[in-house]
Design a protein around this ligand. Structure first.
Ligand SMILES: Cc1ncc(C[n+]2csc(CCOP(=O)(O)OP(=O)(O)O)c2C)c(N)n1
Ligand SMILES: [Mg+2]
Length: 402
């Protein structure tokens, strides 16, 4: 029987690991002989996860109030993934993700004001209000988006890893200790697994030994399609990486402590070996795919089962065993509410971008207006012109724009 035969699993999530809340004593524990996370660090993760949850709930309200328009995909239920994975990286490690990206942006340290103003389409947003919910970018924090085309960010992530490798092994080859050894995290959803470009990129990552971790946030659904309906080996997608010479790992993404330790091990390994790794990050989105999704493709009973393993409740229960009080929790709740409220005030008071800004920060600014036949007009300054000439390429604008 080949790997491609239909999976016998009927429920999309039947094979997911049970969350840590259902451990024998009902509380999260490091699953193996992992050291205990320092209390301050774990408490900070609780604060970050509560911030993301509050941010998303307020976004949903603002969307219903028509203050936020366009697309909006919230991260409620998956908070442990962004927080646990990003905690395992260094700030210089690049990150790229899909459109369900507010959690990654906040976990990477984006100011919630800039994130919220981007949701509102205002100048005070991280992309000056021109990207919106799906395009959170933060150059200072090495977050390279926020991408709406399903799977398209994986070639970009592999490219970021290639840049690291090229810098380390070619540009800085003769510099002693010049290696940056950055590790790129490239996130995708389970629905992106069957995009051709994802596989082309994984092939290159395997072939070139690129320092990238491709993390599939496997929430079991691609819009209304369960993973086992749309994907071969849907019950065990980690095996797909084998074809690309990559290690494939499953991680419980409902348990931030487990996510952190498992990812820390992988990040350290990739930094040392420059071999790519694929992660099947098991998780669940508690809300609909986007703002208008009646969730008729799954049962309430299934949702409730996962809600019992709410990653925030699980971490809270763990911290209570270590002395967190109800007052401490209330204090964090007050703090994140105030932060999100301030971010909404900032967004509401921020102007909308002027129409004249439509042509700023786009290729036209650099290359001049498209004429259909001419060579690109150089508006980008000597440096760009010089680079362009150096590679001695003639750009066919027409082909470029197709
Ligand atoms: C190339 C492409 N095809 C289709 C779509 C429409 N689309 C938007 S989201 C989505 C589902 C993706 O699901 P998944 O990757 O599992 O991410 P999740 O929403 O679960 O986070 C689809 C098909 C798109 N944006 N891009
Ligand atoms: Mg999905």
């Amino acid at each position: 029987m080949s790997h491609a035969s239909p999976s016998p699993i009927t429920s999309p999530i039947q094979s997911m690991p049970t969350s840590a809340s259902s451990n024998a004593d009902g509380h999260v524990r490091p699953k193996s002989n992992r050291p205990e996370v320092p209390m301050a660090m774990a408490k900070n993760w609780l604060r970050e996860m509560m911030l993301i949850r509050e941010f998303e709930l307020r976004c949903m309200q603002a969307y219903q109030d028509k203050k936020i328009g366009g697309f909006c995909h919230v991260y409620i239920g998956q908070e442990a993934v962004a927080v646990g994975t990003i905690a395992a990286t260094e700030a210089r490690d690049p990150i790229v993700t899909a459109y369900r990206d507010h959690g990654h942006a906040l976990a990477r340290g984006m100011d919630p004001k800039h994130c919220m103003a981007e949701m509102y389409g205002r100048i005070g947003g991280c992309a000056k209000g021109k990207g919106g919910s799906m395009h959170m970018f933060d150059r200072d924090n090495n977050l390279f988006g926020g991408h709406g085309i399903v799977g398209a960010q994986i070639p970009l992530g592999v490219g970021l890893a290639f840049a690291t490798k090229y810098e380390d092994e070619v540009i800085n080859a003769d510099k002693n200790g010049g290696k940056s050894n950055r590790v790129t995290l490239a996130f995708l959803g389970d629905g992106a697994l069957n995009q051709g470009s994802v596989h082309e990129a994984m092939n290159l990552a395997g072939l070139f030994d690129l320092p990238v971790i491709i993390i599939c946030e496997n929430n079991g659904y691609s819009m209304g399609t369960s993973i086992v309906r749309g994907t071969t080996m849907g019950h065990q997608i980690s095996v797909k990486s084998e074809a690309y010479g990559m290690e494939g790992v499953e991680i419980d993404g409902m348990d931030v402590i487990e996510t952190y330790w498992a990812m820390k091990e992988l990040v350290d390994k990739v930094r040392a070996t420059s071999r790519p790794i694929f992660v099947d990050m098991r998780c669940y989105r508690f809300k609909g795919h986007s703002m208008s999704d009646p969730r008729k493709y799954r049962t309430r009973e299934e949702e409730e089962r996962y809600e019992q393993g709410d990653p925030i409740g699980v971490l809270k229960a763990h911290l209570e065993l270590r002395g967190l009080t109800e007052d401490d929790h209330k204090e964090i709740q007050r703090e994140v509410r105030a932060t999100v409220k301030a971010s909404m005030d900032w967004a509401e008071n921020s102007p909308t971008p002027p129409t004249s800004d439509l042509y700023r920060d786009v290729y036209r600014e650099r290359w001049g207006p498209y004429t259909g036949t001419s060579e690109p007009e150089m508006l980008g300054g000597a440096e760009i012109e010089c680079k362009f000439n150096a590679i001695d390429t003639t750009i066919d604008r027409k082909a470029d724009l197709l």
